[in-house]
Design a protein around this ligand. Structure first.
Ligand SMILES: Nc1nc2c(c(=O)[nH]1)N[C@H]1C(S)=C(S)[C@@H](COP(=O)(O)O)O[C@H]1N2
Ligand SMILES: [Mo]
Length: 390
């Protein structure tokens, strides 16, 4: 094999952290990989088209639904080649799952790692429909030496000079968990192309990278899997030479719907004094419940925007009924009697395993797993101008 050493795709320059301004590449990625609009946190189930998206390469062109095969091979006694109609004959599994990208919050770190510049919008909760993976793996009769299950998508591209298919692995124990599913429906509809049509993996509780879209092949092996998206990306690292720790489950987080009205360009918020309904969602990938969400409202000096008191006073939010599924977010709300001024609003979730969100972001070289407390600045006015007097 001979490739041109001047080719910057195969031989890229080293990626470096960046300062203030987003590059054209980051803006282009942001236009491809839309995020949820935070006001859509109003819905238990995120409407299709409002769920965030992250696709590394091009959305692959896939054969018609009837032609699609899922091949299961490697260390198995009974290799399988299954069409979608074969999968549909297994018991249906339908579950609301909160999916979040491990890069959510990346753009709030300084300095910034050039990659998809998520602020806080890489999350959504869909009702995924399909069937549990474990029973299908069991049909293939895994060899007892098999330790690892590799999932291969139909999409291919280059990242950091590595040409590869999008592939991720789970340990066989993790893959056999009953909630791990093969999904061909989202919110009662067939998967749209951007969410993995016709078939994807959904790994509840894990950051999104585990949920391989356009799933074509499952391979059982007794070797550790060292694919690019397993061993190089999606590792928590402090520095370049840090061997790193694998990214797995979603860290506890809450988000608030920004209250009041937005400024079009800056998204700064303005609202009228009085009773203000604050609401949002909280989730944790440990498969454990959210035990509490606390709210803090900090008065800021106007016009400097500096905090008038450094200390935060936390007030418990009311949690909505835990009607949703185990791997799905939970609603919370809080009534704020807002008086005129400038404020910073905070929300912080704690799960029943005792994990809570840090106030400040933990450093990660690639901007992964930043679950720091959200801050929203608002201006409260005695009265807003009347619409028809403008
Ligand atoms: N085949 C394939 N699967 C993939 C990806 C991808 O680029 N290719 N992106 C992963 C990442 S990083 C995330 S966060 C989720 C996003 O799923 P969504 O786009 O359906 O929200 O898909 C995961 N599965
Ligand atoms: Mo992601």
């Amino acid at each position: 094999m001979k490739t041109n050493p001047d080719n910057p795709v195969l031989y890229p320059q080293e990626r470096k952290h960046a300062g203030d301004y987003f590059s054209a590449s980051e803006v282009r990625l942001a236009n491809r990989n839309a995020g949820i609009h935070l006001e859509m946190l109003e819905h238990d189930i995120t409407p299709i088209g409002m769920h965030y998206l992250l696709s590394h390469f091009d959305i692959p062109s896939v054969p018609a639904k009837e032609m699609w095969r899922l091949d299961i091979g490697g260390l198995v006694a009974q290799p399988q080649s299954l069409g979608l109609s074969d999968l549909e004959s297994y018991p249906a599994l339908d579950q609301a799952v909160t999916l979040e990208c491990a890069g959510n919050g990346r753009a709030l770190l300084r300095p910034r790692w050039p990659n998809m510049p998520w602020c806080l919008e890489a999350v959504g909760t869909a009702r995924w429909g399909g069937t549990s993976l474990g029973q299908i793996l069991a049909q293939a009769a895994p060899d007892e030496r098999a330790t690892t299950v590799v999932f291969s998508g139909a999409d291919t591209g280059v990242d950091a000079g590595h040409l590869h298919r999008y592939e991720r692995a789970l340990s066989i124990e993790d893959a056999m968990q009953e909630e791990v599913m093969l999904a061909w429906r989202i919110n009662e509809q067939p998967l749209p192309p951007q969410h993995g049509f016709p078939l994807r993996l959904v790994v509840p509780g894990w950051y999104g990278m585990a949920s391989v879209k356009w799933l074509q092949k499952i391979t059982l092996t007794d070797q550790p899997f060292n694919g690019h998206q397993q061993a190089n990306t999606y590792m928590y690292r402090q520095s370049e030479d840090d061997p790193g720790l694998p990214v797995s489950r979603i860290r506890v987080r809450s988000l608030m719907i920004p209250p009041g009205l937005p400024d079009y360009l800056t998204r700064q918020r303005v609202l009228e004094a009085g009773e203000t309904h604050l609401m949002g969602r909280a989730w944790s990938g440990a498969g454990v419940d959210i035990s509490r969400v606390d709210i803090a409202i900090q008065a800021l000096d106007s016009p400097t925007g500096e905090a008038l008191h450094a200390d935060l006073e936390w007030l418990p939010a009311e949690m909505s009924d835990a009607a949703n599924d185990r791997f799905s977010w939970r609603g919370w709300h809080h009534t704020w009697h807002a008086s005129p001024g400038r404020y910073r609003l905070y929300c912080r979730a704690t799960d029943s395993a005792g994990d809570t969100q840090p106030l400040d972001a933990r450093w990660d070289r690639a901007g992964l797993g930043n679950n720091a407390v959200q801050r929203i600045d608002v201006w409260v006015e005695e009265q807003l101008p009347r619409l028809d007097e403008q």
